[in-house]
Write a protein that binds this ligand. Sequence first.
Ligand SMILES: NC(=O)c1ccc[n+]([C@@H]2O[C@H](COP(=O)([O-])OP(=O)(O)OC[C@H]3O[C@@H](n4cnc5c(N)ncnc54)[C@H](OP(=O)(O)O)[C@@H]3O)[C@@H](O)[C@H]2O)c1
Length: 372
Amino acid sequence: MLTTEERFMQMAIRLAHRGIGRPSREPLAGAVIVADDRVVGCGYASERQPVPAIIAALDKAGGLASGATLYTNIEPCYDRSDEESCVRMLVECRLARVVVGATKQTQHSQQGNGILSELVSRRIEVDTGVWEHGCREVNEKYYKYSATGLPFVTVTFAQSLDGRIATGTGDSQWISGAAARRFAHQLRREHDVILVGIGTVLADDPRLTVRLVKGRSPLRIVVDSRLRIPLISRALANGAASHTLVVTGKDADGARIRAITDMGAEILQLAGAPNHSGVDLVRLFEELGRRGIASVLVEGGKGIITSLISARAVDRLATVIAPKLIGQGTEAIGDLGITRLNEAIAFSSVHIRRLGSDIIFDGRLSADDTNL
Ligand SMILES: NC(=O)c1ccc[n+]([C@@H]2O[C@H](COP(=O)([O-])OP(=O)(O)OC[C@H]3O[C@@H](n4cnc5c(N)ncnc54)[C@H](OP(=O)(O)O)[C@@H]3O)[C@@H](O)[C@H]2O)c1
């Protein structure tokens, strides 16, 4: 049974979700203003309305904000020099109390921005930690990025009940049903980047754009150390809707590089991974982080997924399990060098649900939620 406080905080989280589609380095924020147990204003920040959630909620509440309580899932931003800062607005609107679900601090950074003590000094009552885990999970990409400078990495694939992502001939379309494919496009919309290996481009020729739900298409990345990508591949087309970055090795062929950049794609040359002939994916994530990219959706295939899980570079696994048996075929994940069960990779915060006849397994790999 939820308390009244938790109910209002969950409402703030639902509002925050409406902001999905903004760059992941910006936290998702929702705000609910409550007077006499009644919601008098609510707001969220989104691509279309970039006004801070709290300001939007105060705007809706008008004079009813006086003496009211504000519920927000994340500590608001505060810039002392900013005339429009949330603190000034909260004081001017005579708000009595602010309830913050989660501060901006993580286990690795003390990055709070001082707004809470500023509010207390202005005689506004402040409480924190209501429905805290849910508030942190909604901003898990933001927290990981602000604590480490690295993007949050989600791996997704559709597999048969016997763990195959393609048949022995490489056929993989479609393992999952229509509802699960919409879920996959929703995941695309929630990330800054979609990444695949060259094997997936050669086998499936995916477009890697958002089509089955509304939203912008993220940057597309193809990891291709020998530049085998065909110039007619769909991941290089449709440049106006989505930009493509092809990541390759230091010694890639110059003529091939020019042919690909002539298609409108960007080439990034990185040194190979130690003990591996392919691209160093950890180094790639460091570079993406430097470019302000805070989330990556990895859509396969087996080679890239196995490398990333082996390197313990995955934060979330969202797998679609279809009620089908394929038998011999391509397994989702190859050898991880695990010989004992107590070395098996564990999950935390697992969510399981049904979509049509498919099952979605959605779990976090960091057993102790270290990102949060
Ligand atoms: N069911 C699903 O959801 C789903 C999704 C995606 C793919 N698939 C299936 O998966 C199969 C493709 O699997 P795949 O393993 O060939 O494809 P992949 O993982 O997309 O690509 C693997 C290739 O990426 C390159 N690479 C570069 N750096 C790498 C690194 N650090 N680690 C691993 N690979 C690196 C390598 O080629 P170079 O050495 O030439 O660079 C490697 O051969 C297809 O049958 C496809 O249909 C299924």
